[in-house]
Write a protein that binds this ligand. Structure first.
Ligand code: HEM
Length: 331
């Protein structure tokens, strides 16, 4: 992760220095970082072995994602035209077929060990393994982080007055860990983790979840009980749930240290639902639980990104999707 982050921030620094207005958008370098890093950690595949994938793998994924998501996303054109022309049919696969085949070929040739593990340990065919790996890499991981990390960076830009405190925490803990950035070190950074959790609370990357009741049951809120019948379709809307004023004080405000121990943070993690389930307690997707498989690694990865930035820079200014100033840490 750190190797790919080095590349991302070297690119951003160089883009800033060569741009006329001394700023650079982070979105494309961020997506390139995500594609490289996630290919490595989920597939054990090295993107640098294929120049075309290295350069455009993230764009191929974006196109494949767009084709699936466009029928569900509102782009605010005049209704009912949007419903009739954009939301009423599945888009044809041939539109992105050639890019998808390049991704398939990349997984088949560069993720051989992972594909063969899927075959031997999980009895999938080679074809099933490849499509499943593309799905988890592209939809779950790359798609999820491509929505989440920009909102994290936006909040970081907005909370400039808190940078000093965050930077002090990062550097103090890194000093105790021989200046090695690791998940173990990042776990000790209470404020950094709280900042990440608060972003997930106010900007859950996947706002809606659906499920069908498997049996009759009663669903209780603070002050009412609803009878749900087997087979009924339920929808959970995260942005509303995580702004419950009976649980979260000043629920609309970004409170960067809301989740620290001092502020009763552990108790609040029970009500942090971005992963389609609570952030604390037993975890693991199973036949009866479709909570995100990466409930713990997603916030930790985001915390590592923040810690990386505070280790690398003495000052960072972010505004409207761009980095507008960076000052490297003095060695
Ligand atoms: C910021 C990134 C991510 C976000 C926002 C996210 C969000 C979610 C959400 C909301 C669900 C529940 C979907 C539903 O029930 O309708 C889910 C499920 C899932 N996620 Fe994630 N996810 C992220 C990253 C990842 C990563 C990195 C992985 C891969 C290791 C992953 C693997 C999964 C899997 C396998 C499921 C389905 C679990 C099941 O149905 O049994 N996710 N994710």
């Amino acid at each position: 992760m750190v190797t790919s982050l080095d590349k991302m921030w070297d690119t951003i620094e160089s883009n800033i220095s060569t741009s006329k207005d001394k700023k650079a958008s982070y979105f494309i370098p961020l997506q390139q970082f995500l594609f490289t890093f996630l290919s490595r950690c989920l597939l054990r595949a090295d993107t640098s072995t294929s120049p075309e994938i290295e350069k455009s793998g993230h764009i191929m994924m974006d196109k494949w994602l767009a084709l699936q998501l466009l029928p569900t996303i509102s782009i605010n054109i005049l209704q009912p035209l949007e419903e009739i022309f954009l939301h009423s049919f599945t888009y044809p696969f041939w539109l992105i077929k050639s890019d998808y085949q390049k991704l398939e070929n990349f997984v088949k040739t560069q993720a051989k060990d992972t594909v063969s593990r899927a075959q031997t340990e999980f009895q999938l065919t080679e074809e099933e393994a490849i499509h499943n790996l593309i799905f988890i890499l592209g939809f779950n991981a790359f798609g999820g982080f491509s929505v989440f990390l920009p909102s994290l960076l936006t909040n970081l830009g907005d909370q400039k007055s808190k940078h000093e405190e965050l930077r002090n925490e990062v550097r103090q803990i890194l000093t105790q860990n021989e200046n090695i950035l690791s998940f173990e070190a990042v776990k000790q950074m209470e404020l950094v983790n709280s900042f990440v959790y608060e972003t997930l609370r106010l900007n859950p990357p996947v706002p809606s979840q659906f499920a069908r009741a498997r049996k009759d049951f009663e669903l209780a809120s603070h002050d009412a009980v609803f009878e749900v019948k087997k087979g009924e379709l339920l929808c959970g809307y995260q942005p509303l749930v995580m702004r419950d004023s009976k649980i979260f004080e000043n629920p609309e405000d970004f409170v960067y240290n809301r989740f620290t121990k001092e502020n009763g943070g552990e108790e609040l993690l029970k009500y942090l639902y971005w992963s389609n389930g609570p952030q604390s307690g037993p975890h693991g997707p199973s036949a009866s639980n479709k909570q995100c498989a990466a409930r713990d690694t997603v916030p930790l990865t985001a915390a590592l990104l923040l810690a990386y930035l505070f280790q690398r820079y003495d000052d960072i200014t972010i505004s409207s999707g761009s980095i507008t100033a960076l000052q490297r840490a003095k060695l």
